[in-house]
Design a protein around this ligand. Structure first.
Ligand SMILES: NC(=O)c1ccc[n+]([C@@H]2O[C@H](COP(=O)([O-])OP(=O)(O)OC[C@H]3O[C@@H](n4cnc5c(N)ncnc54)[C@H](OP(=O)(O)O)[C@@H]3O)[C@@H](O)[C@H]2O)c1
Length: 340
């Protein structure tokens, strides 16, 4: 069903853009809860504020965080019904705001919209986030590699990963995990172990650089220098036992929700192993630094590594179907929405 509603104000709230009256198609959260709470809506064409550009979108990445926002699980962080999902897009710049180099207009780029506004035919992004697309990189591959690669790259750096060390990626089958596996392997990890729910996924992760495949509980005796954890949730503290002395566990996501309230106490009980626990959010990395790394990843991808693992490509109007696939846990890699 298509609605014409007052969501432009919500878009403007998250992006700071002003709005005019030509309608563009977008996907809004009509109601928190299941995928059916998403609806196609008409929005006025956004106009870029100072420092921003507007992009005619070609491809839009669907992230695990979109599922959490849609469910209402992140309402405490200020997300409201009416929100337009989508943090990364690729397309052509159609307008540039004040203080933006006008030569961006007409160029094909990847852009980071932030916490929303991406599921739209026209998206607003800070010019400071833009990365020109290499000629041989598709828009679909760009939104598969971009944000996930940034989180994986800086997550490994936050963990002080060094070549030769062993890494366990917990929740390796999603966009971030797949990039963490590939980047750790390419950076010279001695071991790249993964947790996953099926042997088939394990086999695919081995093709991407995993050397050891564990079940979701991480069953086995091996220990690791670094755990990159996309999952968190009730079982996070059990992974302290998977760390070697001086090991570091970095939580880069929480697809299974918050860890239990006593997780700090359980970390403390491992005192004599000198372990470290940290969260990592790419929000703490300056846009300029993220942009450099994204451009490097794109250039490397045109040479074949890292691979962009695309689970499925669906038209923007089928965002509900995309979210159903995410909800069902059937997505390996990235699901991408396309326009046009
Ligand atoms: N740090 C940052 O800056 C940043 C940026 C963006 C997003 N995020 C966060 O990253 C997360 C999404 O990442 P993503 O898109 O890569 O993940 P995802 O695709 O949603 O999930 C990753 C994998 O985790 C496994 N999994 C799912 N539920 C699980 C459970 N209950 N217990 C154990 N394993 C489970 C699944 O693989 P198997 O079935 O194979 O086990 C799934 O494919 C969100 O929490 C989001 O908020 C963080």
């Amino acid at each position: 069903m298509r609605h014409s509603v007052g969501h432009p104000l919500t878009l403007a709230k998250w992006t700071g853009a002003s709005i005019t009256v030509d309608p563009v198609k977008a996907i809004a959260i009509q109601q928190f809860g299941g995928p059916d709470g998403l609806a196609v809506v008409d929005l006025p064409t956004p106009e870029p504020a100072a420092g921003q550009v507007v992009l005619a979108t070609e491809a839009i990445g669907v992230g695990g965080v979109d599922v959490l926002i849609r469910s209402g699980a992140l309402a405490a962080y200020g997300f409201e019904e009416g929100h337009i999902l989508g943090g990364e897009v690729a397309g052509t710049v159609t307008a540039a705001g004040a203080d933006v180099d006008p030569s961006w207009v007409g160029r094909r780029v990847w852009g980071f919209t932030g916490v929303g506004g991406g599921y739209s035919e026209q998206a607003v992004a800070p010019a400071a986030s833009l990365v020109a697309l290499p000629e041989t990189l598709s828009a679909v591959d760009a939104v598969t590699l971009g944000s996930s690669g940034v989180v994986a790259h800086f997550g490994l750096r936050h963990a002080r990963f060094a070549p030769g060390e062993s890494v366990l990626v917990r929740g390796a089958s999603g966009g971030i995990g797949i990039m963490a596996v590939q980047l750790a392997a390419q950076a010279g990890a001695g071991t790249v172990a993964v947790t996953t729910s099926s042997p088939e996924r394990g086999a695919r992760l081995r093709e991407l650089g995993a050397t050891h495949v564990l079940d979701r509980a991480g069953t086995g005796e091996d220990t690791f220098d670094v755990v990159i954890d996309v999952v968190a949730g009730a079982h996070l503290p059990e992974f302290f036992a998977k760390l070697k002395p001086n090991g570091r566990l970095v939580a880069v996501g929480a697809v299974a929700g918050d860890p239990p309230a006593d997780f700090g106490a359980r970390l403390f009980r491992t005192f004599r192993k000198s372990l470290s626990f940290a969260t990592f959010s790419a929000d703490t990395v300056p846009l300029a630094d993220r942009r450099v790394v994204t451009a490097e990843l794109f250039a490397a991808a045109t040479r074949g590594q890292p691979a962009a693992v695309v689970h499925d490509v669906l038209p923007l109007e089928q965002a509900v179907a995309a979210h159903r696939k995410m909800q069902a846990g059937e997505v390996f890699g990235r699901i991408v929405l396309t326009v046009g």
